[in-house]
Design a protein around this ligand. Structure first.
Ligand code: SAH
Length: 348
């Protein structure tokens, strides 16, 4: 059975010709899928016989909205989606002056174990398919009846640990005959998988790469991010420099400020020194509290001071606006609060 939403236009062309149809039918099907069709019946300009073939040979991997929370303060909408196999993922719609941005998941759960992240509790269940990534965007567009202008791969999962499917999703969502989302409107966030960052660099896709740094040195990074035991900071920054040299794109470094862990002035100075001269931008995030962990967000004064040290060192720095704080919008929180009802969480 074919998962039609995961197919590229070329793969759809191969399919239609293999079943004895004209090649242009592939473009019609692709276009229907990208308009958000959830059944073959909706594809009204296809002959009945072709719709029957599609039904016989494959399926549209639809998901259902299992829960939805809307922030009263800023309009952020958080979705808990139930996949066909019952697994749960999240995506978050954020409304900015410059358009609608959707944060999507790339895996069910995550294996990387960042200590402050709710998505990783319980580990990875499975990778998402390209169609399930696209499906999140199409479902939300259908639900709110508006167009998504930006996509950030910052929901549940580690995108570079699901490289092939993520790459396929990027190419499909970027295709002019479909959603046609520009690569420059897509941000991919990684906890820092060095070989995959280099691989991505060689593809020169023009997406924005965001790297979750969260520490100015290996000692602190290893405490909060187990992946740092595999790839040291210098190696990671070398991979980032390689990415910049190949793509000419500015990297965003994400830095979640955790009270008493990584938020001192000396940490800011150390970070500034490490990043000096790099084409980058730092996004400071007041850490979101998650259940079962004791991390507390840095104070406002701390954040200001941290930011000012970086700026004074010539590094462009912003503090992420805290959207949806009244709805637990940090990734993994809604899913884990649902899983909590099924099985108690535990400290790994
Ligand atoms: N695995 C990828 C993408 C998913 S997480 C990555 O690690 O980048 C998206 C971003 O949210 C990452 O920067 C992550 O470190 C951050 N994040 C996770 N939990 C958080 C929390 N409780 N508070 C603030 N940021 C958090």
């Amino acid at each position: 059975m074919l998962d039609f939403r995961s197919l590229s236009l070329d793969e759809l062309k191969d399919y239609v010709t293999a079943v004895g149809e004209k090649e242009f039918r592939a473009r019609q099907i692709f276009s229907w899928i990208h308009k958000g069709a959830e059944t073959f019946e909706e594809m009204t300009d296809l002959p009945h016989a072709l719709r029957e073939k599609l039904k016989k040979d494959g399926y549209l991997n639809n998901m259902e909205v299992a829960a939805k929370q809307r922030s009263k303060s800023d309009g952020t909408v958080k979705y808990l989606m139930a996949l066909k196999d019952g697994n749960l993922i999240e995506c978050v719609l954020m409304r900015y002056a410059y358009g609608n941005s959707l944060c999507i998941s790339t895996q069910v759960g995550c294996n990387f174990g960042c200590r402050f992240c709710a998505s990783t509790i319980g580990g990875k269940k499975r990778d998402l398919t390209a169609g399930e990534m696209l499906g999140q965007l199409l479902k939300v567009q259908r639900d709110v009846n508006c167009k998504i202008n930006h996509v950030v791969l910052m929901g549940i999962g580690e995108p570079l640990d699901n490289f092939e499917n993520v790459l396929k999703f990027l190419r499909i969502v970027n295709h002019p005959a479909g959603v046609n989302l520009g690569m420059r409107r897509i941000t991919l966030s990684t906890c820092g998988l060095v070989p995959e960052i280099k691989r991505l660099a060689d593809l020169n896709l023009q997406i924005t790469l965001a790297v979750s740094l969260h520490a100015p040195n290996d000692r602190i990074r290893r405490q909060i991010m187990p992946v740092a035991r595999k790839y040291g900071l210098e190696e990671l920054l070398d991979a980032c420099r390689y990415y910049i040299s190949k793509t000419n794109r500015r990297i965003t470094f994400e830095y979640a400020l955790i009270d008493g862990v990584n938020d001192a002035d000396r940490h800011a100075a150390e970070l500034a020194q490490k990043l000096k001269g790099m084409l980058c931008h730092i996004n400071l995030i007041p850490v979101n509290k998650i259940s079962g962990r004791n991390y507390v967000k840095a104070s406002r004064d701390r954040i200001e001071s941290f930011k000012n040290i970086l700026i004074a060192s010539g590094i462009e720095t912003t503090v992420r606006r805290e959207l949806g704080t009244d709805i637990d919008a940090a990734c993994g929180q809604l899913r884990s609060s649902h899983l909590w009802r099924l099985a108690p969480l535990h400290e790994p």
